[in-house]
Design a protein around this ligand. Structure first.
Ligand code: 13P
Length: 270
């Protein structure tokens, strides 16, 4: 049974003082016990957000992590440093691939560091616009998955609760989101590719989120797709009203899915 997850990626927004306040507000406006909520603030805001959320069941994530465990890497943050501040970590975000030159191989090593430190990874994949227009979207995402996941034990990653976020690059920050059906087809492609990478049936248990211009107005289109288990939200996650709408809708989905599952299990038992 896959959880419904709404993760907020605040990117390079908020000061520590603003972050604590915003986290508190969002937490109070999104109390949906059936939805896994995650907030990923900038590194320097992690402590403020942790302190603001001490009494709230909202998980905290980092936005990236260095691929080495420690060493002479000025300005970088290791997985070990995040322990006590974050329990999740985003790896492979397209803005890191673009701005920090992160390759699939580096992202695979980041996954390894996350696992070593007990952090739950959200692995981002997604194609560029020209890839989609040329009909290469699935091939690109499969290559990204193979590059990052090869060499990792599916059982270990599964136990760590690996989440994949499908974020088409052309949909990020553009106001132009994917169609729900296309995103669902990509979620199926993600699980298919993982199945081929040695995950077998375990690929079906991996939550796949959609990311790219998600708002309270369009979240329904994605959650209506059984293949999609939630969203990785950028711009809209900085607004408490938007998060209230998004998580509220996710709560309806989570309850409907668990009722449907209980019904199926009940009919199987008879
Ligand atoms: P936007 O929701 O701002 O398009 O960003 C999506 C994203 O990159 C989340 O990681």
């Amino acid at each position: 049974m896959r959880p419904v997850v709404i993760a907020a990626n605040w990117k390079m927004h908020t000061t520590p003082a603003e972050a604590g306040e915003l986290a508190r507000l969002i937490a109070a406006r999104t109390r949906e016990p059936d939805v896994v909520r995650v907030i990923c603030p900038p590194f320097v805001c992690l402590a403020a957000v942790r302190d603001a959320l001490l009494d709230e069941p909202v998980a905290i994530g980092a936005q990236t992590v260095h691929h080495e465990a420690r060493g002479a890497f000025t300005g970088m943050i290791s997985a070990e440093m995040l322990v006590g501040l974050a329990s999740w970590v985003i790896v492979g975000h397209s803005e890191r691939r673009r701005d920090a030159g992160e390759t699939d191989e580096i992202i695979g090593r980041q996954l390894g560091r996350a696992l070593d430190a007990g952090l739950r990874p959200i692995l981002c994949v997604g194609e560029q616009l020209d890839d989609r227009e040329a009909g290469r979207a699935e091939t690109v995402v499969e290559r990204q998955l193979r590059g990052a996941l090869t060499g990792h034990d599916p059982v270990r990653l599964g136990e760590a609760g690996l989440v994949v976020a499908y974020e088409p690059v052309w949909a990020i920050g553009t106001g132009r989101s994917a169609h729900g059906a296309d995103a669902a087809a990509m979620a199926d492609a993600v699980r298919g590719a993982m199945g081929n990478l040695g995950w077998g049936a375990a690929a079906d248990a991996v939550p796949v989120l959609y990311g790219g211009s998600v708002t309270s107005a369009n979240i329904e289109e994605f959650l209506a797709e059984p293949a999609i288990d939630g969203a990785l939200v950028g711009g809209a996650s900085l607004k408490a009203d938007e998060m209230a709408g998004i998580v509220g809708r996710a709560g309806i989905t989570a309850r409907a899915r668990s009722t449907a599952r209980a019904r199926t299990a009940g009919s199987g038992a008879r």
